[in-house]
Structure formats: C-alpha cells, structure tokens
Write a protein that binds this ligand. Structure first.
Ligand code: AMP
Ligand code: MG
Length: 330
C-alpha cells in the first residue's frame, strides 16, 4: 500500500465555493471553484450560501475527477470552519460533514486565515516568514511565535480588499474591483490628500473609503484611484516594516486575494530590500480563496490528530487566527 495520503478540502467562507485535493507530498492534484458575484452591491450572505449549495456537487465532482480519485481514496475531509459569513460557513460545513459520513473518513476543521498562510509556506518552502494576508475580508500581519500565529498588525474596521472593492463599485467599475482600480491608477498623475490612519500596529480603512467616495464628484478618477491605493497600501507597508524590524523574520510572504496586486507587491518588495529580507508572493491560483489551501492545512492538522466528531464540528464565524494552536510547527 502506498504511504501517500490525500486530503480533500472544502472552502466556503464568503464568495467562493472551492474544492481542492492535495497529497501528503504537497502536490495540488486539483483546485476547482465556483464564485458568487452579486448583481449589485457587496456579498449578500444568504444569496452567497444558496449559490454555494447549488454549485457544491459539481465543484466536488470536478475536483475528484481532475485528481483522478474517488471519494473513497481520500484520507480526510477538511473544511474552513471560520472566520467567515455564517450562512456560507454552514453550507460548507454541511457539505463536508456529508462527505465525511459518506466516505467514513475523518473531518478536519481548518482556520481559513491559517490556510492562506500554510499554502504559501507549502509552495515557497519558506520556513518562517512574516506574513501579510490581504483579502476581501481580512487584513493581517502575522508571524509564528511560541506555538501560534501571532498578530503584529490588523485592520481595526474593514479589510483592504473590501475598501478597494467598495470604492471600485462607487466608481461604477465591475468585479473584481482591485485590478480594475489598479488599471485606472496607472494613468493617475497627481496625489489627492486622503486620511492616512495608522494606530499603533493597526490600520483603518473605513474613514479612508468614506473620504475617497466623497471626493469622486470633484476629482479625476485616475488621480483619486492612485491616491487611494497609495494611502491604503502605504499604511499597510508601514506596519509591515515595523513588524519585520521587530520580529527579525528572514522573509516576507504576501498571501490572500489582494496579493495578486503588482502595485502592492512592488511596495512590499521595496520594504524587504531595506531590511535585506527575502520576498515571496503566493502564486495567483492559490492567492484567492480556494479549496487546496484548506486541504493542505487539513493534512497538517490531520497529522496532529486534530479531527472533529461530526456532532461538535461547529462553525466559528469570528474565529481569530491567534486563537489556534499550531502543533505542526513545533
Ligand atoms: P479573497 O477574498 O482572498 O478571494 O480575495 C478577494 C479580493 O481579491 C478582492 O478584494 C478582489 O478585488 C481582489 N482581487 C481579485 N483579483 C485580483 C487581482 N488580479 N489583483 C489584485 N487583487 C485582486
Ligand atoms: Mg480569504
């Protein structure tokens, strides 16, 4: 019998229903997804969860087919138990529990934020980076210390991606907002002052968003987009630089959906050059929410017997990353 193990991961925290299969050797065998795109406005949690329920079986079937495995070949079923939107998390958890029951394989709850970090460590093979995790729902600077991923800076209100996506919608740009905003900003020429908010090691984006939206009528959209990105990325770079200096980590890993931003990559890369640190970005197909990152983190947890009985496999919509013990990094 082969000693290679396979874990199937279900991602279902917000806009994406994802299913990934990875091997214990760290190979991504498949990573399929279906994304809910609201017709107008931001994510409607119930509509998103209905979308995920409708897409789940086809997405899982495709993932198994692409991996060339049957459900019975899988050694565990991992799912993102939080943080995220309650209705979406419940749909994902229900699907994962069903797969676990059908296959008689253990169920492994995974923290979504930790999965964004672990998939980055997996592909870069970088052991101990400082991590900048930026997405639609999260903005966190984190480093591993004393058994857990500790937070060395986060947003006090809305996430970076949420701020930029909301502003992009106000400008009438479609989805996804960040790349569209970046294209506009590339034509920007002058800087429009906007509130630059850093409190200790934390950032804040809601006042920045309000002010940027207020200035739409009176401003050139290219200049305004450029200014918003400069301020939003600038505050994040400031707290990242202090975290790098304080933790003395040898490298920086950029992960999460907004990690695909070339502008943010350039800014953080220059911070790393100042500190003689190595700079890594998660590859685009693993940057946004996906099932493979849940599967891989599920495998790491499975090795530590961190499985959950169906009856107590609760979802945790507000589950912070620094609440989780990380025994696989002992
Ligand atoms: P996530 O929640 O991790 O899936 O990330 C979603 C965020 O990624 C949203 O704010 C999107 O606008 C942003 N995003 C999507 N595509 C890109 C891209 N090519 N470059 C930068 N950000 C992106
Ligand atoms: Mg995410």
């Amino acid at each position: 019998m082969s000693s290679v193990q396979y874990v199937l991961g279900i991602e279902c925290t917000a806009h994406t229903f994802g299913c990934g299969v990875v091997s214990s050797e760290g190979t991504v065998l498949s990573n399929t997804k279906a994304e809910y795109v609201p017709k107008t406005g931001g994510i409607h949690p119930r509509e998103a969860s209905q979308h995920h329920a409708a897409k789940a079986s086809a997405t899982i079937r495709d993932a198994l087919k692409e991996a060339d495995l049957r459900l019975s070949d899988v050694d565990a079923v991992a799912f993102s138990a939080g943080p995220g939107l309650g209705p979406c998390l419940r749909t994902g958890a229900t699907v994962a529990r069903m797969l676990s029951l059908l296959s008689s394989k253990p169920l492994v709850p995974v923290n979504h934020c930790i999965a964004h970090i672990e998939v980055g460590r997996m592909v870069t093979e970088e052991e101990d980076p400082l991590v900048v995790y930026v997405s639609g729902g999260n903005t966190i600077v984190s480093a591993f210390s004393d058994g857990r991923y500790r937070i060395f800076g986060e947003t006090l209100d809305i996430a970076l991606g949420n701020c930029l996506d909301s502003f992009a919608r106000s400008l009438g740009l479609g989805h996804p907002g960040v790349p569209k905003l970046e294209s506009l900003a590339n034509e920007g020429r002058s800087f429009i002052p906007l509130p630059y908010v850093v409190k200790g090691q934390d950032v804040s984006y809601s006042g920045l968003l309000t002010m940027a939206v207020r200035k739409i009528e009176e401003s050139d959209p290219h200049d305004l987009s450029l200014s918003l990105l400069e301020v939003a990325y600038g505050t994040l770079a400031e707290v990242t630089e202090r975290a790098l200096a304080h933790t003395e980590k040898p490298s920086l890993l950029l992960t999460g959906g907004v990690a695909r931003s070339p502008r943010l990559q350039r800014i953080l890369e220059s911070v790393c050059q100042e500190h003689s640190s190595r700079f890594y970005v998660v590859p685009p197909d693993l940057a946004g929410d996906n099932g493979a990152m849940i599967a891989w983190t599920g495998y790491l947890a499975l090795k530590e017997d961190l499985t959950a009985p169906i009856e107590t496999s609760y979802i945790r919509p507000k589950w912070r990353l620094d609440e989780v013990e990380v025994p696989w990094r002992r």
